[in-house]
Design a protein around this ligand. Structure first.
Ligand code: ZN
Length: 266
């Protein structure tokens, strides 16, 4: 389940399961509403993607303004396809990337207000978490590696360690490669099945290739941590099938921009 929100020509995705909470400011950006051109058109949030830095800076500013988030309140991940998560506070604002101890962090969570968590995406899932009882937010970058190594499970355990009851946690799995387009060879298939033979239920074979449903695997991993089925929502949007709306690493053969996931409590 998802909703496309439009503010002028800026478009972002939200999720009905989280939209009911008026204290949340959040969204998953699309390609719409920025100034970049060509393969990066138009809302590219990624520095170092090959796009002009000026355009990315402008996009970043537009995105923050439209979502009503101050750039100085943002804490970004340092994504390396790990299952590492980090509890962050105000001291991480803006300077996270300069901290030598702050590396290889694919998921962030906090109970602080006015602290915006941010991840980057082009086919990998952004998984948004919220505990409305204890007021804790989390955001994970879960590509296939983060899915196999269960970053969403790590996030739920992080919330519980802080003080959550897992039955209260809500989660939304954002736009990313669907089973239609997540195609792998024998080696990756083996990695999945060695991790958990149960993942075979989320796999189909097409000729020599294997297709896993990463959305359902992430959901399964969250259920295993004690979350409730009705508290987990899958957006169902495949980034490669919807390349006009989203950047897709596979769909654009690596030459693409990045979208952002953002979440903050007011
Ligand atoms: Zn697809």
């Amino acid at each position: 389940m998802y909703k496309i929100n439009r503010i002028d020509d800026f478009e972002f995705i939200s999720f009905p399961i989280l939209d009911e909470y008026s204290n949340l400011v959040y969204g998953f950006t699309t390609r719409k509403g920025g100034v970049s051109k060509g393969n990066y058109a138009t809302m590219n949030i990624g520095f170092g993607t090959g796009d002009s830095e000026e355009n990315v800076s402008n996009n970043y500013r537009i995105m923050a303004e439209k979502l009503n988030i101050k750039i100085e309140d943002i804490v970004e991940t340092d994504q390396k396809h790990t299952n590492n998560i980090r509890y962050v506070t105000e001291k991480y604002k803006g300077r996270a990337m300069m901290d030598p101890e702050y590396t290889e962090i694919d998921g962030l969570y906090t109970d602080r207000k006015n602290l915006a968590l941010m991840t980057f995406h082009a086919d990998c899932s952004g998984v948004f978490f919220y505990d409305p009882v204890q007021k804790i937010i989390g955001l994970a970058h879960a590509g296939w590696r983060g899915t196999v190594t269960n970053i969403v499970g790590a996030m739920v355990r992080g919330f519980v360690k802080l003080r959550s009851n897992p039955t209260h946690i809500k989660a939304a799995i954002g736009p990313s490669l669907g089973q239609c387009c997540f195609e792998v060879d024998e080696d990756v298939k083996e990695l999945f099945l060695q991790t958990n033979i149960k993942f075979k239920e989320f796999m189909v074979t097409r000729g020599e290739k294997y297709h896993f449903d990463l959305w359902e695997i992430n959901k399964y991993n969250m259920l295993k941590e004690g979350m409730k089925e009705e508290n987990i929502s899958i957006s169902g949007l495949c980034t490669k099938c919807n390349n006009d709306l989203f950047f897709s690493h596979r769909g654009q053969k690596g030459v693409r921009g990045l979208m952002a996931g953002l979440i903050m409590m007011k």
